[in-house]
Write a protein that binds this ligand. Structure first.
Ligand code: FAD
Length: 621
């Protein structure tokens, strides 16, 4: 049958990409349908019940700054919060939260069900309605035809999914869920480049069978960090600890003796796995000199005894999984509640996409999430938001929004995928961003909320809170700049005590804040009247202390922008460009970029190398 209502956007798949895509499309004002296998699994965390971490929290906070759901849901579901790299610079600081899976799903589902313009329908999509080279809707596996202007495909690991436990394998999208075979076959008929990747998950354990006295306790941070710019500590449920265990030589011997029963080593699995999240058999094989690996034993939730042993993802047979687990100190009596497994699935070469995430071959069709070769909830959610808002904009005849690499990790993620493709599951790291001092997790709102408001993604409450914060930062910076400290005064005494140096002349507080020995709170304490919110104080401090570096990165960006379209002659011999490393020479030679902008986006081509090219071009003239 033809469904009577017509949609502007249909999103297929209610995982992390699909939920952010559907919410973004609907928030921006488009009539949206979210079509998913099972309403009960909306927002399901397929693997680790954790959000954020290095590079990933940057993406969550960008989603949040654009009005998305992930960070707020994490605040409602987070049972342990920590700041990673707390003692390092602000560019690499990252918030990580352990989540209660049930609470997380509930938080996402509530947002979906209460979102105006959004309708949810439970059924598998089996086919796309394609007329010429444009998508016109979706046909479900029972034959219901939904018509729409645009379609966003967010099917995760489900396309052609095959689950492996030892040498046994079966078809599945994730344990307990069916694969999407009809849709997978249909997409393989379209002119996209398709390949296989794989990922894995560890066995889950029953907490009642673990001897926690033998494990190291790892509590969350106090005060408890918050993930969303709108979030409050009061939203958090009860907080709990994680624990740390270790593999040992016996564990490694068991694994090595049974590698021939691992589908990865016996050749049954063809897909490439995530380099940065390897299985335990991979770790033991590749790092043979290490006699122990850490395992973070993480609770799956507040109302369950199940534990997630982070670090022993495996596809070894169940009997070996049990031996491996029971060889570990504190886990000798462990009961496995669910076996670990690996999953192989189809992904589509992201080089066949535009920066808007629309496919190059089929107009109005967008891909987001794991289907594009990424791994991780945050990477999926960020792409979903972008694809959702762009699908909605296309339906309304508006231009796509494509954030640049210097604006957002979202820009880095999409640009990396579209320019370079990926040969292994792609995950975000701060090292992937050349302007990471500008793209911090603490300033995602300052970078993106105004854009989000223009795109119709940011509601009034968030906008007012943001505007208030921005004004408060400016006000406080102005106050610091006009407050002068004279040598010989009581205030100068406080500062001299902190720095151990006498003030040689008068200074304003903003300049004093740049000194490494002084913190914002030292200067705020000079005036009893000052009452500034902690997030405002953090911003004022970071912007003052890193001003020199931030300004330098901004100058580089401005310079590159001016030269983005500068042509690189086809006969340019990179061997004759002085100062380039051999690696960069080879990359440029192979890619033959047409403009400096394109050259700057080749992985490994640094801003310094682009400056060298610029100088070389000037000399040639
Ligand atoms: P998913 O979260 O997989 O969601 C896909 C959704 O689409 C599901 O709701 C599904 O029901 C629906 N769907 C699929 N086909 C159809 C259809 N035809 N019709 C209707 N609905 C459909 N990430 C990490 O960062 N670290 C890890 O260690 C890690 N390990 C993983 C281990 C396993 C076993 C799995 C399965 C995933 C793992 N991931 C890991 C990846 C992480 O779960 C994904 O990156 C993330 O969930 C991707 O989000 P997504 O929205 O693209 O897809």
């Amino acid at each position: 049958m033809d469904y009577p209502d017509r949609y502007e956007v249909i999103v297929i798949g209610g995982g992390h990409a699909g939920t952010e895509a559907a919410l973004a499309a609907a928030r921006s004002g488009s009539r949206t349908l979210l079509l998913t296998h099972n309403i009960e699994t909306l927002g399901q965390m397929s693997c680790n019940p954790a959000m954020g971490g290095i590079g990933k929290s940057h993406l969550i906070k960008e989603i949040d700054a654009l009005g998305g759901a992930m960070a707020e849901a994490t605040d409602e579901a987070g049972i342990q919060f920590r700041i990673l790299n707390a003692r390092k610079g602000p560019a690499v600081r990252a918030t990580r939260a352990q989540a209660d899976r049930v609470l997380y799903k509930a938080a996402i589902r509530r947002r979906l069900e209460t979102q105006p313009n959004l309708t949810i329908f439970q059924q598998a999509a089996g086919d796309l309605i394609v007329e010429g080279d444009t998508v016109r809707g979706v046909i479900t596996e029972t034959g219901i035809r939904f018509h729409s202007d645009t379609v966003v495909l967010c099917t995760g690991t489900f396309l052609g999914g095959v689950i492996h436990i030892g040498l046994d394998n079966s078809r599945g999208g994730r344990a307990g869920d069916p694969p999407s075979n009809a849709l997978s076959s249909r997409l393989r008929e379209l002119p996209f480049r398709v390949d296989r990747l794989k990922t894995g998950t560890p066995p889950r354990l029953d907490a009642k069978s673990i001897d926690f006295s033998r494990l190291e306790e790892q509590p969350g941070d106090t005060p408890t960090p918050v993930m969303s710019y709108m979030g409050e500590r009061e939203w958090h449920p009860r907080q709990v600890s994680c624990h740390i265990a270790h593999t040992n030589e016996t564990t490694h011997e068991i694994i090595l003796a049974n590698l021939d029963r691992s589908p990865m080593y016996s050749g049954t699995i063809e897909g490439v796995g995530p380099r940065y999240c390897p299985s335990i058999e991979d770790k033991v094989h590749r790092f043979a000199d290490k006699s122990s690996h850490q395992i973070f034993v993480e609770p799956e939730g507040l109302e369950t005894h199940e534990l997630y042993p982070n670090g022993i993802s495996t596809s070894l047979p169940f009997d070996i999984q049990l031996q491996v687990v029971r060889s570990i100190d504190g886990l000798e009596q462990a009961h496995i509640t669910r076996p670990g497994y690996a999953i192989e699935y189809d992904f589509f070469d992201p080089r066949d996409l535009h920066h808007s995430l629309e496919t190059r071959f089929i107009h109005n069709l967008y891909f987001a999430g794991q289907i594009n070769g990424t791994t991780g909830y945050e990477e999926a959610g960020a792409q979903g938001l972008l694809a959702g808002v762009n699908a909605a904009r296309r339906a309304r005849g508006e231009a796509a929004w494509t954030p640049r690499r210097d604006e957002a990790y979202l820009g880095v993620l999409v640009d990396d995928l579209i320019t370079l493709g990926t040969q292994e599951p792609y995950r975000m790291f701060t090292s992937r961003a050349e302007y990471r001092l500008l793209l911090r997790e603490d300033n995602a709102d300052l970078r993106l909320t105004e854009t989000g408001r223009e795109l119709g993604l940011v509601d009034d409450a968030r906008w007012m809170a943001f505007d208030g914060k921005r004004e408060a930062i400016e006000r406080e910076q102005a106050r610091l700049e006009r407050t002068w400290i004279q040598p010989g005064t009581a205030a100068a005494g406080v500062i001299e005590k902190k720095t151990g140096k006498a003030l040689s002349r008068e200074y304003n507080l903003l300049d004093l804040l740049k000194r490494p020995e002084l913190e914002y709170r030292d200067l705020a304490s000079l005036d009893d009247e000052v009452d500034v919110d902690a997030t405002v104080a953090e911003q004022v401090q970071i912007q003052a202390k890193y001003k020199g570096y931030i300004d330098r990165q901004q100058e580089e960006i401005d310079k590159l922008k001016r030269h983005e379209a500068t042509p690189l002659p086809a006969d340019l011999d990179y061997d004759r460009v002085d100062g380039l490393s051999n690696e960069i020479r080879q990359k440029l030679q192979a890619a033959q970029p047409e403009t400096l902008g394109q050259a700057s986006r080749i992985s490994g081509v640094t801003p310094a190398a682009v400056s060298i090219l610029l100088v070389h071009l000037k000399k040639r003239r």
